[in-house]
Design a protein around this ligand. Sequence first.
Ligand SMILES: *Cc1c(COP(=O)(O)O)cnc(C)c1O
Length: 430
Amino acid sequence: MAASAEENFIEQDAKPESDSEDTVENGVEMEFSEEPMRGLKPFQYGPLFSGLLKQRIQRCISSGPSFKFDDLQVQLCSETERKAKPAPDKLVFGHEFTDHMLEIEWTLANGWGAPSICPFHNISLHPAAKVLHYAVELFEGLKAYRGVDNTVRLFRPDQNIQRMLTSAERATLPLFDSEEFLKCLKKLISVEKDWVPDTTTSSLYIRPTMIGTEGSLGVSVPNRSLLYVIMGPVGAYFPTGLKPVSLMAEPKYTRAFEGGCGNYKMGSNYAPTINVQVEALEKYGCQQVLWLYGPDHLLTEVGTMNIFMYWINTQGEKELITHPLSGIILPGVTRRSLIDLAKKRGEFKVTERPFGMAEVIKGLQEGRVKEIFGSGTACVVCPVKEIVYKGERLQIPTMEEGAPITMMFYKELADIQYGRTPSDWVVPID
Ligand SMILES: *Cc1c(COP(=O)(O)O)cnc(C)c1O
């Protein structure tokens, strides 16, 4: 009995969905090629494989033609429907949302629909929607900043969009043209311009999201999905100046692993971390988790931030060190930007290589570790004061001399984001 149920389950996946039949009309139907796909020999394509593969090929081709900015429909709220804007110092991250959102539907049958900017609203989902069962989902996080000249700017949005496409591919969600998406995003921000707070510590947080919405329980490529963007004003991450955090480093937990998905911003990476965060706080009073990896207890990430250590290495050189893009860390836009800035300044060595707790402890004992900090869009940089590891509270001297390197990075990036330093990393909104 169980076996036949299982068979049905697979069988359904293999069959093209009824609304994918008319793909011929869209000119995306493709003759099934006998050419072997990476490592798969042709004889392995039984009816099951060819069905799945065919569906996958159709998905790639049919998601190819992107939605177009020129098709954008804009439906605005009336004045009375608009919400009051909270004072910047009252904002709690992720609690407030603007009046409008961007929404774009995709189906295997018809490809991308027209993008739409519409009043912020709840979304209705089939209870079997794949996102709800198998977390077929991705998200992004970036910000718009109101500069000292009152111009609103995005910071390196091309990097976020590129990362979004990488996640989409991994999550079997449809691809799109990055330029078309950027134009839609710029229009959304332009519509909501008044929501970008006017202090140089606050900003408008932007959350692009894509979910698999097909209402069927097969663990398979969704034939329906929704891309949307919601936004909300956020206040200063450190209202009273840089505040260092303490970290729980517990080797029994792993955030990501080789061959896994730690380098994609997919929702499935984050749900399992919440419980560990609760443990860090309840057991040790730590605000964040330091994610270690492998037998050498490599330092990979801090909460949802990349990690940096500034120290004097064993050769006596000043060095900024961070875990490389080995597949187990998220390729942060802030991380990339700090590396680029540091290399351009040329004041110290910049190294992307794995480093473990043993090196950190030795460095601390010899007084060579100067600063440890996390990096991410939310805070830019976040200094670390303590690491709880193997029952010991290791004191990190980041703040001892006022965290000069961490502060320098904060200032350099904030100067670019708030328009005090001209840079081709920013995209103005008109
Ligand atoms: C988003 C994120 C980061 C930081 O990325 P930025 O692009 O710099 O904001 C780092 N680590 C994880 C796990 C993340 O989800």
